[in-house]
Design a protein around this ligand. Structure first.
Ligand code: NAD
Ligand code: WQD
Length: 336
């Protein structure tokens, strides 16, 4: 069964590709390398012993994406990872974010409609909930994103649900909480040019690439005063995509699921866990709050547990140990 993966060379896609290849799916990957390199695709092939088809193409270019659908007949489903995803950058460059994420998605949706592909899994984000009123967050919580990146995710969800209704598509929207960690082989992992998220930053400090972690505030209304998040191991997250494909094989309609653990950790707990993993203290200082941050975000993953038959299995130790193994084996990411 053939699956088209947009953003197929990226962090979460690489891990998902491994899980899909293990289940014998045939993969067609598309990426423009705006935030990735081909080496990740080669590593996935090395790790699984399987080959994928790869197209260097930009979703903003309708002809390029159309050509992929023409060349690859019998695509059963699309998993749409391709997006720009840095919150701060999206505030500075909203038009680029809307163009990449919205225009790119529209081109993809139109190519699907033209080619009769009706099954879709979408990478959404807890960011669509903004500052949620109730914790843990359920899927029916109001969507009110607070930055352009989050707005693009909320809009892409809405456009997709409208298209699904009009064209009888089957759609699974996965709202990821905070993906972290790497494959336990040490072959694939997160390779950010500049680490915007906590764990890749902590990892680079632990490796001596950066001097210290700045903790964004210790006066939040949380047990130790630092921000609490629901970190989800990227391999658990990858497996949720396999379950999503099974869901749309067996069910018609549109479904939305939170993908998290339901368990939160504070910034200081993450730094302590990482220090244990790397065997030395990770230096940090307390700094001011980051604009737009919230105290706590936690998923209620029970809908995914019950309806997808998916549950996070990997805990904090596996998250930090795998992140550290990836960092140690690949100090320059894929550029080694
Ligand atoms: P990533 O940057 O590693 O992967 C995205 C991939 O899409 C990259 O390889 C990039 O080159 C590609 N891409 C971007 N725009 C493209 C375009 N116009 N045409 C073709 N390819 C394009 O990011 P990731 O962390 O793997 O995230 C994957 C998806 O998950 C994104 O949609 C992101 O918004 C979503 N998400 C990520 C997180 C997170 O913290 N990592 C959390 C929630 C949701
Ligand atoms: C986690 C915690 C920070 C860095 C973001 C996006 C979200 C989703 C996941 C894509 C917070 C604190 C961080 C640092 C710190 N991405 N922190 N020092 O903000 O929960 O979510 O990534 O969809 O949309 O908003 O993740 O990793 O940036 O922060 O103290 O150097 O770590 O304040 O409490 P966040 P994060």
């Amino acid at each position: 069964m053939k699956i088209l993966i947009t953003g197929g060379a990226g962090y979460i896609a690489s891990h998902t590709n491994v899980e899909l290849l293990k289940e014998d799916y045939e993969l067609v990957l598309v990426d423009n390398f705006s935030n990735s390199v081909y080496e990740s695709v080669e590593r996935v092939e090395k790790l699984t012993g399987k080959q994928v088809s790869f197209y260097e193409a930009d979703l903003r270019d309708p002809e390029a994406i159309e050509k992929v659908f023409e060349a690859e007949k019998d695509i059963f489903a699309v998993i749409h990872f391709a997006a720009l995803k840095a919150v701060g950058e999206s505030v500075e460059k909203p038009l680029e974010y809307y163009e990449n994420n919205i225009t790119g998605s529209l081109n993809l949706y139109k190519a699907m409609r033209k080619n009769g592909v009706q099954n879709f899994v979408f990478s959404s984000s807890a960011t669509v909930y903004g500052d949620p009123e109730q914790i843990p967050v359920k899927e029916d919580a109001p969507v009110h994103a607070t930055n352009p990146y989050g707005h693009t995710k909320a809009m892409m969800e809405q456009i997709l649900l409208d298209a699904a209704k009009a064209h009888s598509w089957n759609v699974v929207i996965l709202r990821y909480f905070n993906p972290v960690g790497a494959h336990d082989s040490g072959l694939i992992g997160e390779d950010p040019e500049y680490p915007n998220n906590l764990l890749p930053f902590v990892s680079q400090v632990a490796a001596g690439i950066r001097e210290k972690v700045v903790v964004f505030g210790n006066d939040w209304s949380t047990p130790d005063g630092t921000g609490v998040r629901d970190y989800i191991h990227v391999v658990d997250l990858a497996k949720a995509h396999v379950k999503a494909i099974v869901k749309i094989k067996n069910n018609r309609g549109s479904f939305i699921y939170n993908i998290g653990t339901g368990r939160g950790y504070s910034v200081l707990e993450m730094i302590r866990a990482f220090s244990k993993a790397c065997g030395h203290d990770v230096p940090y200082v307390i700094g001011p709050r980051r604009p737009g941050d919230v105290a706590e975000v936690l998923a209620d993953p029970s809908k995914a547990n019950n309806e997808l038959g998916w549950k996070a299995e990997l805990g904090l130790d596996e998250m930090v140990n795998s992140a550290w193994k990836w960092q140690k084996l690949n100090p320059k990411g894929y550029k080694n």
